[in-house]
Design a protein. Sequence first.
Length: 161
Amino acid sequence: MVTKTVEVLVPGGKATPGPPLGPALGPLGLNLMQVVAEINKKTADYSGMSVPVKVIADPETREFEIQVGTPSVSALIKKSLSIEKGSARAGVEGVGNLPMSEVVKIVRMKKDAMLSYDMAAGVKEVLGTCMSIGVTVEGKHPKEIQKAVEEGEYKDLLSQG
């Protein structure tokens, strides 16, 4: 079995047979509508975000498998806050405030793609992204929350991860 892999970024739950999917999958002889329907079903939870998708296809049998990645940490933060973009002047202007429970939720969603070994390290990674896009956490600067995590302040919340 010779498989071909196509990697594309699609809008969550709203993929179409047009570009980028159509031109990439057309030569493989797959039923585009079937592939699009499967992608939309698997990415529906990421509505409004760009989602990395892999389509692994066998052109001979026309069978395919869809693997869905998760959007970037910054995309998940922006989705949580219902904002379009981060602050152009992070550290000076804030664009939103995230509860710590959302930070933990994002770590859970991204844990397979993160470099962190444990929940606390993952939380600090997400807090770093919050800092770079001008988002406070629990009403405080993300650096303050990172220090609190290091001091064990959120131990109970992090142990649920």
